[in-house]
Design a protein around this ligand. Structure first.
Ligand SMILES: NC(=O)c1ccc[n+]([C@@H]2O[C@H](COP(=O)([O-])OP(=O)(O)OC[C@H]3O[C@@H](n4cnc5c(N)ncnc54)[C@H](O)[C@@H]3O)[C@@H](O)[C@H]2O)c1
Ligand SMILES: O=c1ccn([C@@H]2O[C@H](COP(=O)(O)OP(=O)(O)O[C@H]3O[C@H](CO)[C@@H](O)[C@H](O)[C@H]3O)[C@@H](O)[C@H]2O)c(=O)[nH]1
Length: 463
């Protein structure tokens, strides 16, 4: 029976996932470790507002379990040594160098974990892939463990995480399914069973499915590819709606009512963001190309091409509508996070839209309820499109949204935060230059109400 778990990586997945596992299994000691000293300090902060991740419901879970059977630490070796089961939950970003640059997943952090586990371990352990990985990565991990270890035996499991940010705790508490892949050997099956037991503390048995390692690894990439494909599909049609006078909201509703299609994940937008979709699809494309499956690769690549087009199209539409120049014009951004209810900005459409507008000398003024100013500045700097001096001249971050609107030519909604709907739009209209334009990249505002006030509003997929 498992009594001691360690998780390497205290990020958006490791933190919330282990908090819920600890909450539901009070008899198991769960230690989450990370190399990032500040991150661990924030996880241990007695002020729960300072947790490194904003997720609804997360602080309540941490409050209940932390110090009882949930611990955050930078002592990676000790946690590995003591654990019977080790989750690897480190980042697997797109490679930015060398072979596979811009496409393949960078597995250097995974390999470092495997080597550290091999070096430290003195007892048999179960290693759980929690990170999203290319299919057959378990083989690589097994190789490293078997060839550099101390003669102890390791069982590798794949247990991909399906939580979405903003709803992480709800997703973890009632998941659609728990997927566990493992070896078909008796030892592999025993390892699978020990992980099934942990989830069974709160997840109904029929929602826990077990497969081979390779099916499990590939299912995670497939799920993300399908989800992102739905968004690119609807976004491609949003452009057709704008050209024909059809309305994408009506089209989504009409097609979504077909139970074979379903209504979720067909909301047109300025484009999907987040740390997963783009990275995982590029990875799928790369794997397919590497295996010589050109048609498969280009089929999935189109999902990314369409998403890039949707972001560019949104920015271009702002420029065209503002009489073909935004130079020196103030454009207020509502939202910077890649979706509501998270402080995560990775791959957020807002970054790319801002970059395109700054290139045209616009003055972008950003308000987001959860994203900090240093993060917003870092995101634009990271694209490396121009000098820092120019970026800082053209990018402002406002803690008060009404300050961002003052004397602006246009407002662009980039994130669907609920509070935006309830703003005093009469007051906003008065404070803006006229004509006052609104570009609703999330279709969340009441366009007839705004039109009645006097705004010129442009939504996605609607004329
Ligand atoms: N973010 C999500 O919503 C989500 C959901 C499902 C799956 N995933 C996958 O989970 C994995 C982690 O994603 P994330 O968003 O939590 O990433 P993250 O960047 O938030 O967290 C990863 C953490 O791992 C730490 N780390 C890296 N190497 C380490 C090492 N050798 N030792 C100790 N700590 C180390 C980093 O310091 C970082 O804090 C990725 O593979 C991702 O694709 C993410
Ligand atoms: O109809 C929709 C639904 C989503 N989005 C956008 O798509 C992006 C991704 O949203 P979402 O999938 O809700 O958040 P993530 O946290 O990126 O979660 C995805 O990526 C995770 C990491 O792999 C997976 O675990 C989740 O199952 C998967 O939903 C965001 O920019 C959303 O605004 C749309 O534009 N239209």
């Amino acid at each position: 029976m498992i009594e001691n778990i360690c998780c390497i990586g205290a990020g958006y997945v490791g933190g919330p996932t282990m908090a819920v596992i600890a909450l539901k299994n009070p008899h198991i000691k769960v230690t989450v470790v990370d190399l990032n000293v500040q991150r661990i300090k924030d996880w241990n902060d007695s002020d729960l507002h300072k947790l490194p991740i904003y997720e609804p419901g997360l602080s309540e879970v941490v409050e209940k379990a932390r110090g009882r059977n949930l611990f955050f630490s930078t002592d990676v070796d000790k946690a590995i040594d003591e654990a019977q089961m080790i989750f690897i939950s480190v980042n697997t970003p797109t490679k930015t160098y060398g072979v596979g640059k811009g496409m393949a997943a960078d597995l250097k952090y995974i390999e470092l974990c495997a080597r550290q586990i091999a070096m430290v371990s003195q007892t048999n352990k179960i290693i759980v892939e929690k990170s999203t990985l290319p299919v057959r990565t378990a083989e690589t991990i097994q190789n490293i463990l078997d060839n550099t270890g101390n003669g102890v035996s390791f069982q590798i499991l794949s247990n991909p995480e399906f939580l979405a940010e903003g709803t992480a705790i709800a997703d973890l508490e009632s998941p659609d399914r728990i997927l566990i892949g493992g070896n078909e050997t008796p030892e592999g099956q025993m390892a699978i069973q020990s992980l099934v037991d942990i989830y069974s503390s709160w997840v109904p048995k029929d929602k826990i499915i077990t497969t081979s390692l390779w099916s499990s690894e590939l299912s995670k990439l497939t799920a993300n590819a399908f989800l992102a494909q739905r968004i690119s599909s609807i976004n491609s049609l949003s452009e057709l709606c704008e050209a024909t006078g059809a309305n994408i909201v009506e089209v989504s509703k009409a097609v979504g009512m077909d139970s074979r299609i379903g209504s979720k994940f067909i909301q047109a937008s300025v484009g999907f963001g987040g740390s997963c979709f783009q990275k995982d699809i590029l990875n799928l494309v790369y794997i397919s190309k590497s295996l010589g499956l050109e048609e498969v690769a280009s089929y999935w690549e189109q999902v990314i091409i369409m998403n890039n087009h949707q972001r560019t199209r949104f920015a271009t539409n702002i420029i065209k509508t503002l009489y073909n120049t935004v130079s020196g014009k103030k454009i207020a951004f509502l939202g910077w996070a890649f979706k509501k209810d998270t402080n995560d900005t990775r791959e957020s459409a807002a970054i790319y839209v801002a970059d395109q507008l700054i290139e045209e000398n616009a003055n972008v003024s950003v308000y987001d309820p959860r994203v900090s100013e240093p993060q917003i500045r870092y995101d634009v700097k990271y694209l490396n499109s121009r000098s820092e001096e120019k970026n800082s001249k053209h990018l402002k971050v406002e803690p008060d949204p009404y300050k961002a609107f003052e004397d602006s030519h246009a407002i662009a909604v980039l994130t669907e935060w609920d509070e935006f709907r309830d703003y005093d739009w009469e007051r906003i209209y008065k404070s803006m230059l006229k004509p006052a334009f609104v570009f609703d990249g999330r279709n969340i505002l009441d366009s007839s109400k705004l039109k009645a006030i006097g705004f010129k509003i442009k939504s996605i997929g609607k004329v």
